[in-house]
Design a protein around this ligand. Structure first.
Ligand SMILES: Cc1ncc(COP(=O)(O)O)c(C=O)c1O
Length: 449
């Protein structure tokens, strides 16, 4: 691409495109001019490891040959309204149900994750006839109005004053828990008994659903303590409250299972998904509902819909992606890579400012602190979009980028969620770069104020 063309694209991107979650002034975005597998190259010819799979969706890496082949087949497809059946829509729904927990029966397709959560809220209210929705602090469910109201972090504030009946409870976060517990089970029992009290206070007869990310992603890969999810599921059953799991980020192999809930032997009533279902090759999301919910709509009208629900081309790319997941045994590959990434993460704990590391499958967070003893965070709780626009965290990301390691951060965590196809050698090379970048940052910043 010529220098003039690059200049023109960047200029128009800056002058004509509103950029998400950003102050617009002086925001000059790089351009990816080439990509393959786990790497991409920018307009300056610099190569990077894509250690966040873009926004945690490029699960099969860049330019996967099978996905490119599927692109070539798109011209043979019909453009059809939702009232028509299409082979890609039917086939994809079947493929998803095949890998979902065994109580799951049907899929409602959307364009993306937030939209999936919007429909899930409506479905829960229709099926139960109740209106309150409980979700958690330190969660992100999307930026639209309903999904924004579910979210328990600072990206919610722009939809406030919010919807009545959207109530928050605490997310387990052992690293930052101030109370002391004898073990994880003790912590779980405490959290669930507090939640039980909250449910009784709000009135189980009014609560339609409890909505969680089984493993909150962009709020820090917060792994639940032992027994927590099973206990939560039991509470939901006791009070006849639907359990809805947002697996937009954690679904489709990211954690080393098809869905994160599979680690905990939990069968939710509804699962929402997006990102990994097409590995990002076209936008697609959806809501998977249990047999009980599917049956409810046999006789009751499903009062929701959208023009592009089950778009044949997006579903075609979903089918292609699921074929690759199966053919390349992606789930067992992620399980194998887990120990590789764990040992590299463990080593990072020796570095100044690395407070904690957490990982499951290929879903990791590195939590930075100003001081390891006090655990003072680099960015205060909820201040990601504050005045200094991330300060030290942006500097750290720039140091990593400078060494060829691309990822993103939220509050005081940087995230590592590479394409699920990454090899052991690629993980090691990328972590070598990460350590170089971190060392540079520490040298440049002997203390953080
Ligand atoms: C857990 C979770 N839910 C929902 C969303 C929103 O998805 P989308 O951006 O596709 O609307 C995200 C996006 O990152 C997410 O991580």
């Amino acid at each position: 691409m010529s220098d003039n063309k690059i200049e023109e694209i960047q200029e128009l991107d800056q002058s004509r495109v509103l950029q998400s979650w950003s102050r617009q002034k002086n925001k000059r975005n790089n351009i990816i001019i080439k990509s393959q597998g786990v790497k991409f190259t920018d307009q300056k010819g610099r190569e990077y490891y894509d250690m966040s799979s873009q926004l945690v969706y490029a699960n099969l890496g860049h330019k996967h040959p099978k996905m490119l082949e599927a692109f070539n087949q798109l011209s043979g497809l019909e453009i059809v309204a939702t009232g028509f059946a299409s082979s890609s829509k039917s086939e994809l729904a079947e493929k998803i149900i095949d890998v979902a927990p065994s109580n799951m029966k049907k899929v409602y397709f959307t364009m993306a994750g937030a939209e999936a959560n919007e429909h899930a809220i409506k479905i829960a209210r229709m099926v139960t006839g109740k209106h309150k929705i409980l979700s958690r602090y330190r969660s992100y469910h999307g930026s639209t109005f309903g999904a924004g109201n579910l979210s328990g972090e600072s990206r919610r504030f722009q939809v406030e004053p919010g919807l009545p009946g959207f109530i928050k409870f605490k997310t387990p976060y052992l690293y930052r828990e101030k109370l002391t517990f004898s073990d994880e089970l003790d912590y779980t029992n405490y959290l669930l008994s507090e939640l039980d009290k909250q449910i009784q206070f709000e009135g189980p007869e009014d609560i339609a659903a409890i909505f969680i990310e089984p493993i909150p992603g962009s709020n820090g890969v917060l792994l639940p303590p032992e027994g927590y999810l099973t206990g939560l599921s039991t509470l939901c059953k006791r009070y006849d409250i639907l359990l809805i799991c947002d697996e937009v980020m954690s679904g489709f192999g990211r954690t080393g299972k098809w869905f994160a809930v599979d680690h905990f032997n939990v069968q939710p009533d509804i699962i929402t998904f997006a990102k990994g279902v097409t590995a990002g090759y076209l936008p697609l999301g959806g809501v998977i509902v249990s047999d009980r919910i599917a049956e409810y709509f046999d006789e009751n009208v499903l009062m929701t819909g959208s023009t592009y629900s089950g778009h044949a081309m997006a579903c075609h790319m979903g089918c292609a992606a699921l074929n690759v997941y199966h053919q390349e045994e992606i789930i067992s590959h992620v399980q194998e890579m887990e120990s590789v990434i764990n040992s590299r993460l463990e080593k990072l704990k020796e570095y100044k400012y690395v407070g904690d590391v957490r990982n499951i499958g290929l879903f990791s967070a590195i939590e930075l602190v100003k001081d390891k003893q006090t655990k003072e965070p680099i960015i205060d709780y909820g201040q990601d979009y504050g005045k200094d626009l991330q300060g030290h965290m942006s500097t750290l990301l720039a140091c990593l980028l400078d060494k060829g390691f691309y990822t993103y951060s939220h509050e005081s965590c940087i995230f590592i969620s590479p394409p699920l196809t990454i090899t052991k050698e690629e993980i090691d090379s990328a972590f070598d770069l990460l350590e170089l970048g971190l060392t540079q940052f520490i040298l440049d910043h002997p203390s953080l104020t």
